[in-house]
Design a protein around this ligand. Structure first.
Ligand code: RAM
Length: 887
């Protein structure tokens, strides 16, 4: 197969509508069967039409470069509402030229604020009190005269919206416009509606929900405003070149319909009898509707949708019908999921069905609602009785495995028709990128639980949990999980959007809110605020997103400067409030905060973040910042050692978390490091191979052991099935990651209902270690976006007989998998074109390592980088290899 270009993307997406950056970035993947293939040059053409490449708007010409990830468009200034077609070709190692890629496109949205002609509107407050729970409906008819060539809608809302055109739903996005720091930034969405319009009279309809804008969030409603409102602009281009624009303005009509109540935490109440039939169509008589009025929602800058849209990504039928001891009728979906039930009731008009959503059954088998705290999460539906009626909550989501059904006719005798209760799984529709498998089924289930945790909690913002009256963008949780997240799914746009909100909500002194978007008072706990630094750095490493790093750089610096200003000593952070090693098991009785001293954690993170900011400055070529943050990093690390390392060379804090942080953050060196590692190992062994770590220590614990000669101990921790361990919840039947190691105690009782989520991804951060250490599929230091790969599996004892992972990286598919047989281990590696890898294997000498059956030092496709001290390092280029080494 010759050199070919597959999968071109613009701003991470395939042919995206509605991009508002002036220099969109293009990426492509190369495919070649040749080993060691690299790109030596590329050429990009951008044109105004799919057939217009003979007169391109921009032709990069042949550029001698290996770049193929996020290459910025550098042609003439882009125009709003314009589609740009592009194609790419590349040259390979020995000059081979690829054919042009398939043509793809992106479309510019509204590139400046003055392109907006629309006005914010809502229902007249004199007619519908803004605090009336019923959702407003807005509609407008308009006439089109002429042949329609193309049409786009740009729309957003204060609250949430669903859009209809001539009776049909526009797009499939849910929970639009998403959750941002509304007072500063509000996303709008772009829709291609060319084929939904017709000549003559057309009708637009908008349903509005409270959403994050107005719902009760963290015990308070109307956080951003109290009046739901819409902003929409439709541009119709006719075949003769003329244009018509329809906008929201007071000529629209307003009323209410079936949605009587809608809240993020509490669910939705829908009365199908009150939904005016056909209100979304041109034929509907709206003479009883009132005029809409102008609204001022107080929202900030309008930005085109950055994140992946929220969508239904899977449907699940219940797996069982339960009759609980309390006499309830309960559907079990077999999986703790986030989404909604798509109700298809076949019942008489006026029947009210109530669905109550819960995560877990108690010891007696009854549905448990205690851990939801104030969140009601229920759907109350009153049927119209019409044939084929169906309803799925529009403006809310539920975290559940179990649904208690009340009011379904005949449910006590006949049971329930499962097809009438199908569940929609709802989250940000991020492409799946990572797969993992090993020989232990419990660990495979753990990995699945990590994925479900990410799905449920990556619903436009990274939330701590999706079910109780919280569901907030907790910075600490996001920070510990970001690297695992970036393996399992493509989270570039997801974190870019969230980090823009983090910067928007950051305090003038650099303090970082506990949650983003910020709806709480508190800010700036160590390990939570560090999300400002760790997340953009991780996205840069995993996807090569230098622009994001550049955009966030001031925010990153400001956070480190905030820390510098806190301590009584400039280089120690020993003041203020901190969550500490949150939920650590070495906490005092009745405390959530683990035993590791807060100033230890705060100073360790201070050093770590200063170092990452220095590294970011190196990447961005900012010499003065490199010096400043490099110096700061050294001073903070020195201060850390003075304060927390005893003259004898041990850590002053005898906890697993303290030892893990000091090792992983590189705060101890030489003999002290050796001793700290040995003592960490002893702490774990003495605790009968059980962890004591909380949110801060857990993500690093196994890395600290594996990377310092104690991989077998790390593996024992992983394989541990008794409490506390990662596999304990799995053995208890968990299908997601729990907030507490003992969310369900061995005797079947629960942790206190004040804080006991069964879908809290933080401890799922162990995924990162599974992929990068057990499988050994890691990025190297010689580049970003896995251009330089490091394959260094740690086989450990004989607990596992195989482990494999596949990652769809920015350059293409990377695979690494090892299998142990008799006295040999076979390693299967595949690298995409444009990348190369260092493979590290344990062996006394090179001759014991075979590549495709031949000794490694005789292979033409591998260079020996190192041999000795019990390990061999080889350098290989793209392609597929089977390596073997002695077990
Ligand atoms: C809880 C959240 C979150 C954690 C904070 C400190 O309320 O659920 O997971 O980061 O506390």
């Amino acid at each position: 197969m010759p050199l070919t270009i597959k999968e071109t993307t613009c701003e991470y997406k395939r042919s995206p509508l509605g991009i508002d950056t002036p220099h969109p970035r293009l990426s492509w993947k190369l495919e070649s069967e040749k080993r060691g293939e690299v790109q030596t040059g590329y050429r990009i053409q951008v044109s105004a039409g799919a057939e217009k490449f003979d007169e391109p708007l921009w032709d990069s010409g042949r550029v001698e470069s290996e770049a193929s990830v996020l290459v910025p468009y550098a042609g003439p200034e882009l125009r709003s509402r314009t589609r740009y077609y592009y194609r790419v070709k590349a040259w390979g190692r020995d000059g081979t030229e690829s054919a042009w890629s398939e043509t793809a496109w992106w479309e510019a949205a509204l590139l400046s604020a003055d392109e907006w002609q629309a006005n914010w509107i809502g229902a007249d407050p004199a007619v519908l009190d803004p605090d009336d729970e019923a959702s407003p409906l807005l509609r407008k008819t308009f006439e089109l005269d002429g042949e329609i060539a193309s049409a786009r809608i740009y729309a957003t809302a204060a609250g949430l919206y669903e859009l209809y055109l001539n009776g049909e739903r526009v797009g499939e996005d849910l929970m639009a416009p998403g959750w941002t720091s509304y007072a500063k930034r509000l996303q709008y969405q772009t829709y291609d509606v060319t084929h939904s319009l017709s000549q003559g009279i057309n009708a637009l309809g908008i349903a509005l929900g409270n959403g994050w804008y107005k719902s009760e969030l963290a015990k308070k409603n109307n956080r951003y405003g109290n009046r739901r409102a819409a902003l929409l602009q439709l541009h119709v281009l006719f075949a003769d070149g003329s244009e018509q624009v329809v906008v929201t303005d007071p000529s629209w009509k307003a009323s209410t319909g079936g949605i009587r109540f809608s809240e993020i935490y509490h669910g939705e109440t829908f009365d199908a009898r009150l939904e005016p039939a056909e209100w979304r169509t041109a034929e509907f008589d709206d003479s009883t509707w009132r005029a809409a009025t102008a609204a001022e929602p107080g929202t900030g800058r309008l930005v085109a949708q950055e994140n992946w849209p929220v969508r239904v990504t899977e449907r699940l039928l219940p797996v069982a019908l339960l009759r609980t001891p309390a006499g309830d009728t309960v559907l079990d979906y077999g999986q703790n999921l986030v989404g909604r039930v798509r109700l298809r009731p076949n019942v008489p008009a006026g029947t009210t069905i109530r669905l109550r959503h819960a995560e877990i059954l108690d010891r007696d088998g009854n549905v448990y609602y205690g851990n939801l705290r104030g969140a009601r999460q229920e759907l109350v539906y009153t049927a119209s009785g019409e044939a084929g009626e169906t309803y799925a909550a529009a403006f809310t989501f539920f975290g559940f495995r179990y649904v208690q059904v009340e009011g379904y006719p005949g449910q006590d005798e006949a049971g329930l028709p499962f097809e009438a209760f199908e569940a929609d799984v709802v989250h940000s529709d991020m492409p799946e990128t990572g797969r993992f498998e090993c020989s232990n089924e419990l660990i495979n289930r753990l990995n699945l639980n990590i994925r479900w945790g990410q799905r449920g909690n990556f619903l436009d913002v990274p939330t701590d949990c999706p079910q109780r009256d919280e569901r907030l963008g907790w910075t600490g949780d996001a920070q510990v999980f970001v690297r695992t997240a970036a393996f399992l799914y493509q989270v570039g746009p997801f974190f870019a959007k969230w980090l823009h909100d983090l910067a928007a909500d950051q305090h003038p002194d650099g303090g970082v809110p506990f949650v983003v978007p910020n709806v709480l008072q508190g800010h700036s706990s160590a390990a939570w605020g560090d999300a400002a630094v760790i997340c953009p750095w991780t996205i840069y490493q995993c996807y090569g997103d230098k622009r994001l790093l550049e955009e966030q750089f001031d925010s990153m610096k400001a956070w480190v400067e905030y820390m510098r200003a806190q301590g009584e000593d400039e280089y120690l952070w020993n003041t203020g409030f901190h969550f500490g090693d949150w939920l650590g098991l070495d906490a005092k009785e009745n405390s959530y905060i683990g035993a590791t001293p807060k100033d230890f954690i705060a100073t360790a993170y201070y050093a770590y973040s200063a170092r990452l900011v220095r590294d970011a400055a190196v990447a961005l070529g900012k010499a003065a910042d490199v010096r400043y943050f490099g110096d700061l990093y050294h001073r903070v690390s020195d201060a850390f050692r003075r304060e927390f390392v005893t003259p004898g060379g041990r850590l002053a804090a005898p906890t697993q978390t303290a030892h893990a942080l000091a090792l992983v953050f590189g705060l101890v060196e030489g003999e002290v490091k050796t001793r700290v590692a040995r003592e960490l190992n002893e702490l774990v062994v003495k605790n009968d191979h059980h962890l004591t770590t909380g949110f801060v220590g857990t993500p690093y614990l196994c890395f600290a052991l594996s990377d310092n000669g104690y991989h077998d101990t790390a593996l024992k921790l992983l394989m541990q099935e008794s409490y506390p361990s990662w596999l304990y919840p799995v053995k208890q039947g968990a299908t997601t990651i729990w907030e507490h190691w003992d969310g369900v105690k061995p005797d079947g009782t629960f942790w206190s209902e004040h804080m006991n989520s069964y879908n809290h991804y933080a401890y799922g951060a162990i995924g990162d270690w599974l992929y990068r250490r057990v499988v050994g599929l890691d990025a190297g230091d010689g580049g970003t976006a896995y251009r330089d790969i490091r394959i260094a599996p740690l086989f450990g004892g004989s607990d596992l007989s195989f482990a494999a992972a596949t990652l769809e990286s920015p350059y293409g598919t990377i695979h690494s998998g090892w299998r142990r047989a008799d006295d040999e281990i076979a390693l299967d590696v595949a690298l995409p074109a444009g990348t190369s890898a260092t493979v590290r294997l344990p062996a006394a000498d090179v001759a014991r390592i075979l590549i495709d059956g031949k000794p490694a030092d005789a292979s033409e496709d591998a260079a020996v980088l190192h041999a000795g001290e019990g390990f061999v390092e080889l350098r290989i280029g793209s392609g597929r290899y089977v390596l073997t080494c002695p077990a």
